[in-house]
Design a binder for this molecule. Structure first.
Ligand SMILES: C[S@@+](CC[C@H](N)C(=O)[O-])C[C@H]1O[C@@H](n2cnc3c(N)ncnc32)[C@H](O)[C@@H]1O
Length: 364
């Protein structure tokens, strides 16, 4: 390891790279940002350096997977010359053993002196004259050479996954340290339609700038994903969630469980909240989108009523983080309210659909 630690990268939902870094900066002592990239339609990549324990990385919540960076070549030659460049560099790589060692530390799978590996390849842009499978075979061939006889390439049941990405002319190869349990949350037992992906909910919770004294509200809480993620990230004064649908509230109660006290779940209309003026510090919510649930006219009425309530219950230095694919409707609705203004927005893809996350603060 160099004095400053190893290089890693994390997968995020596309568009949430910057927000994922907010979490890393806060959770990983001394970590440094080394850039980001988006693989359109697939995921974002956040590169960083970290000298602490690899196990710390698996505790991140706003990311979907974490990788040890084996090699990153900013610009490979176009065409077959690039393939042989990738082969040569990977076959001589100096960091694989370190990555395998870290994988052995953090995973329950065997990855010590030998085992099996699988190459997962992805190509985006660059219009190469070779197919993805040619790229994959080049990477696999180089790794076989590099790892020697003790390691065998397989197509399933592998001990270790090695991902080869060609994004335009940039080659990124990583050894996956996390497994599916990083994305999956044990607490998510009950589901509702259009429930948020936990990593997106965690990113939204981070955008509220969580503080231990927060009264945090999700007025359309569905299965309660935002409440649980917020409750896990930082202490709070009160977690408040509600929904118009009794089934959604039952799901939220089951998912929140006995944890994250003090908290309150209430059945309500988010357009008429039973809460006092200026009584909430932070709000995060995802509103129904046109295509998911609701209708365009219904949504317009709902958005108007919900934002009027956000304006009323939010305290003078409070903030709200809102996700929806109805970007124009949100901008239009917030513009008409004197007390709120959009501070910034992030374009993200959630389950193949374009959406915006807006950070909204007090105006004036
Ligand atoms: C997109 S879902 C929220 C999903 C939630 N963030 C999760 O992760 O499960 C929107 C929720 O808004 C609720 N809803 C719709 N209209 C409402 C209203 N007027 N008041 C309160 N909740 C409402 C729906 O029942 C649904 O659960």
């Amino acid at each position: 390891m160099s004095g400053k630690g190893y290089l890693y990268y994390a997968h995020t939902m596309p568009g949430l790279e910057e927000v994922a870094w907010i979490e890393m900066r806060s959770r990983l002592d001394g970590a440094s940002f080394e850039g980001s990239k988006t693989l359109p339609g697939k995921n974002g990549l956040v590169f960083f350096r970290y000298a602490g324990q690899a196990a710390d990385l698996l505790k991140l919540r706003a990311v979907e997977d974490v990788f040890f960076l084996v090699v990153r070549i900013p610009k490979v030659a176009w065409g077959r010359e690039g393939l042989s460049q990738i082969y040569q560099l990977l076959a001589r790589d100096r960091f694989l053993e370190a990555g395998l060692g870290l994988h052995g530390q953090v995973s329950r799978r065997r990855s010590g002196r030998g085992g099996t590996f699988r190459v997962i390849s992805r190509m985006a842009g660059g219009r190469q004259p070779y197919r993805r499978i040619d790229f994959e075979r080049a990477a696999e061939g180089a790794l076989k050479k590099r790892l020697g006889r003790q390691w065998r390439a397989v197509e399933e049941g592998e001990d270790v996954e090695i991902w080869a990405n060609l994004i335009g002319l940039e080659f990124v190869c990583g050894l996956r340290l996390s497994d599916a349990s990083m994305r999956h949350r044990e607490y998510k037992q009950a589901h509702v339609a259009a429930s948020l992906r936990p990593s997106v909910a965690a990113a939204m919770a981070w955008l509220t700038d969580p503080r231990p004294g927060d009264v945090f509200l999700d007025p359309l809480c569905g299965a309660g994903t935002l409440l649980v993620e917020r409750g896990t990230i930082e202490r709070h004064a009160l977690l408040l969630g509600g929904d118009i649908d009794a089934g959604a509230l039952r799901a939220a109660a089951q998912n929140v469980g006995p944890r994250h006290k003090p908290r309150q779940l209430l059945r309500w209309d988010a357009g008429r909240l039973p809460l006092a003026d200026a009584s909430v510090d932070k709000i995060a919510t995802n509103l129904p989108f046109g295509k998911q649930i609701g209708s365009p006219q219904g949504n317009r009425r709902l958005y108007r009523a919900v934002f009027a309530e956000i304006d009323r219950v939010l305290c003078s230095d409070g903030s709200a983080v809102v996700l929806s694919s109805e970007a124009e409707l949100i901008k239009d609705t917030v513009r008409k309210l004197r007390g709120l203004q959009i501070l910034r927005g992030y374009s993200i893809t959630v389950l193949g659909q374009q959406a915006r996350v807006y950070v909204i603060g007090r105006s004036g």
